[in-house]
Design a protein around this ligand. Structure first.
Ligand code: MG
Length: 177
């Protein structure tokens, strides 16, 4: 079984780190839209971009509580591939690969893939936090199952995508089929 998993918003607390290091007046629950610029004013957006582009931001991202154990349990169910986009900086791809390697992914188990191309990657499951990516992948992988980890920024209709609120629910969704 092939389990594709996104990184930011699924395993890595990207928004939490952004709030901690660049946006002290914001909390993750304030981010109700996927695009950062739809949540932030112009000045805060500049601070956010500066943080995201800085060397070490990506590699320093912390995992969500429970994410390490979740990943270990996923690996008992199948081959887990990190399917992750990168911001357009020179250092982000290398940092993302190192981030994944430190968390047990083999270098051939990491696919750096922009969101709009994720749907062309085959898998039995995709675990994702971006609503439109999950729907697009589901539409193109009718024999697979997209699992959307519920976050403030992905509310809305999920169609055939399964929305889960905890890692436990995600694991159960994978066991069930
Ligand atoms: Mg994501």
């Amino acid at each position: 079984m092939i389990i594709l998993t996104d990184v930011d918003g699924v395993l890595a607390d990207f928004i939490g780190e952004l709030c901690r290091c660049a946006l002290p007046n914001h909390k993750p629950e304030h981010f109700t839209k996927w695009k950062l610029e739809e949540n932030l004013g112009k000045i805060d957006m500049l601070y956010a971009e500066q943080a995201i582009r800085s060397v070490g931001f990506c590699e320093g991202l912390k995992m969500y509580p429970g994410a390490k154990a979740f990943l270990a349990k996923l690996r008992k169910k199948g081959t887990v591939i990190a399917l992750t986009a990168c911001t357009p900086t020179r250092h982000w791809p290398g940092e993302r690969i190192e981030w994944c390697v430190k968390r047990g992914f083999g270098r051939n188990e990491i696919s750096l893939t922009p969101g709009p191309l994720k749907h062309i990657v085959y898998g039995d499951y995709l675990i994702e936090d971006r609503l439109d990516t999950a729907i697009q992948w589901q539409d193109n992988n009718p024999y697979g199952q997209a699992i959307l980890i519920d976050r403030p920024w992905n509310q809305g209709q999920t169609y055939a995508v399964e929305r889960v609120h905890t890692y436990r629910e995600a694991l159960d969704a994978i066991t069930a089929t």
